[in-house]
Design a protein around this ligand. Structure first.
Ligand SMILES: Nc1ncnc2c1ncn2[C@@H]1O[C@H](COP(=O)(O)OP(=O)(O)OP(=O)(O)O)[C@@H](O)[C@H]1O
Length: 346
């Protein structure tokens, strides 16, 4: 089953404190959407509102044609047909893997239950673990059981709250790829919450960056990375350097490091602003009197990464060419490649 979820102007307060502020969001069929944002911005609260674990003070939530919540209606969590993987809803320790997966299948006949559990075990590659208890599994295996449990009764939407946060970094990205494949195989829509942009890029089809209870921007990872609409989104998705800039025309911007060319026209009549330049568009060059100072360098296998200070900001810049080695304390300057610039006006 597939889903189209709409949140229209949802608000939620804890006492006086507005935690979700007039938030609107849309999720398409078979889409994996990531709610991404800093700690405390309201991600989990939004997910709980979708699940029905709390009721928004204002707004409408709709799944397909069904209104889940508005001023007059409120569908309880058990009637929303959503699979959930919340940190507070871990596996049941006293049930084995097969029993955990079967937990949500109460309405099925025994034979159908056995069949479905078998299918789910195969899907998450844990056929040999059916009789084990959660404490006899690795963290990654436990997460795979949790996803199997959440998917077992064919929900129309899957909600995942920080599903990878307890997983060792070494295996995390393999697990992300596995779970993404499982969700795509099952053709289910999913919303997951994280504060890690690496996880978001690896797992999601679309991102919604949240800031102070609102969606700052929703789109594909590429759209948000290359065309952030605000400094909040630009900074959240990757480091960069702010440079004061004067717009000469839609394609040229004058900075203290020369004129920067844009691959794309930048509309707007405001001429003064700032460019936000990503490290891969910056090159370090020798200049004994330059405004850039090397703070430190580290070797990462294929290249050096230099941490430099420039105009009161610190930024890490990768350098591939081994002949270009700089020392801490050394003065440098930078050149800026032409790229699709991000130009922010006040
Ligand atoms: N039960 C509660 N009572 C009062 N305030 C709460 C409660 N739960 C959360 N909050 C506050 O609401 C705000 C949003 O919390 P929420 O858990 O939605 O954030 P989050 O973006 O998921 O953060 P994190 O990434 O740290 O989990 C936070 O400031 C939090 O302290």
């Amino acid at each position: 089953m597939t889903a189209q979820l709409h949140l229209d102007n949802i608000s939620f307060n804890y006492g006086e404190r507005v935690v979700v502020d007039n938030l609107s969001l849309h999720l398409g069929d078979n889409e994996i959407l990531c709610l991404l944002g800093a700690s405390g911005c309201g991600k989990t609260t939004t997910l709980k509102a979708i699940a029905g674990l709390l009721r928004p003070h204002q707004g409408v939530i709709r799944l397909g044609e069904n209104i889940l919540c508005d001023d007059n209606r409120f569908v309880t969590p058990q009637h929303r047909n959503m699979g959930m993987m919340f940190q507070d809803y871990a596996l049941f320790p006293h049930l084995n893997v097969a029993q955990n997966i079967a937990f949500g299948l109460k309405a099925m006949t025994r034979a159908n239950k056995v069949k479905r559990v078998k299918e789910m075990l195969a899907l998450v590659h844990l056929e040999d673990c059916a009789n084990r208890y959660p404490h006899q599994l690795s963290g990654g295996q436990q997460q795979r059981v949790a996803i199997a449990r959440a998917l077992a009764y064919k929900p129309s939407l899957l909600l995942l709250d920080e599903p990878f946060s307890n997983i060792d970094h070494q295996v995390r990205f393999q697990l992300i790829a596995d779970i993404r494949r499982i969700i795509k195989d099952q053709q289910v829509s999913a919303i997951f919450v994280t504060h890690s942009k690496e996880e978001a890029f690896a797992f999601a089809d679309t991102l919604a960056v949240m800031h102070q209870g609102e969606i700052a921007q929703q789109g594909t990872p590429q759209q948000l990375f290359h065309h952030p609409r605000s400094k909040v989104v630009a900074e959240f998705l990757g480091s960069g350097l702010y440079l004061d800039a004067q717009k000469q025309d839609d394609y040229h911007f004058e900075t203290q490091f020369g004129v920067v060319k844009s691959h794309q026209a930048v509309a707007g009549s405001e001429l003064s602003g700032q460019l936000y330049v990503r490290p891969h568009d910056l090159q370090l060059i020798r200049d004994d009197k330059g405004p850039v100072t090397v703070v430190s360098k580290r070797f990462v296998g294929t290249e050096y990464v230099y941490r430099v200070q420039v105009l009161g900001q610190e930024i890490e810049i990768p350098v591939k060419q081994p002949e270009q080695e700089f020392l801490p304390g050394q003065r440098l300057s930078i050149t800026i490649s032409s790229h699709a610039v991000n130009f922010f006006t006040a």
